[in-house]
Design a protein around this ligand. Structure first.
Ligand code: ZN
Length: 204
């Protein structure tokens, strides 16, 4: 768990650097950096709902609905850049503080992801680490998967392979494999036939 909290810190730091200039496209299709910043702030609040659920036992979904989640991102992206940045900081710090209050028993509470998958609350820090580290790359300001912690990349590849369930047998450098499995741009990932691997749809 401590290591996952380090990953969150590292990703938050990278995102902070990537939000210096928000008026530019991100690497995600159809999303500007403003969309990514708003999504990261809203995601911290949404994961905070799961922490609250774990603490009180009273059900609190991440988002009211997928439509509400997307509408909130669209509405928030037009806020002044400084406001988006400070909202990201406050929401990120709020989530970290809230996670710090959970007891061992509360961490075991079963909550649900935005897709309705039941998970123990112990998965919440992992989910946040994926959001901040992968979207730090998506912001498109320089960091690549090769800049992310190696042990995070290993954990990410294992997790996506088990969640996707149908990943072809591929080989390549670890950062490129992580990019490939996440559905992000990659190079040098080859299938067992030695040919370039077929793209996967985005994960996360
Ligand atoms: Zn995301």
């Amino acid at each position: 768990m401590d290591r996952v909290l380090d990953w969150i810190d590292e990703g938050t730091q990278l995102c902070r650097g990537g939000m210096a200039e928000l008026d530019a496209p991100s690497l995600l299709p159809g999303w500007s950096r403003r969309h990514v910043a708003a999504h990261l702030a809203l995601n911290a609040e949404a994961l905070g709902n799961l922490v609250s659920w774990a603490r009180t036992g009273e059900e609190r979904p991440m988002y009211p609905s997928a439509e509400a989640r997307n509408a909130d991102i669209e509405a928030a992206k037009s806020r002044p850049a400084d406001e988006l940045r400070s909202w990201f900081e406050e929401a990120s710090a709020g989530l970290t503080a809230a996670m710090g209050t959970l007891t061992d028993a509360q961490w075991q509470t079963e909550v649900r992801t935005s897709r309705g998958v039941p998970i123990p609350a112990t998965e919440v820090p992992w989910m946040r680490s994926c959001e901040v580290l992968i979207h730090a790359v998506d912001l498109g300001t320089g960091p690549t998967f090769a800049d992310l912690p190696t042990d995070f990349l290993t954990a990410l590849c294992d997790k996506i392979r088990s969640q996707r369930g149908n990943v072809p047998d591929v080989d390549g450098p670890l950062p490129q494999l992580a990019a490939y499995l996440s559905g992000r741009p990659y190079v040098d990932v080859l299938g067992s036939d030695g040919k370039p691997a077929q793209e996967l749809p985005p994960w996360l």
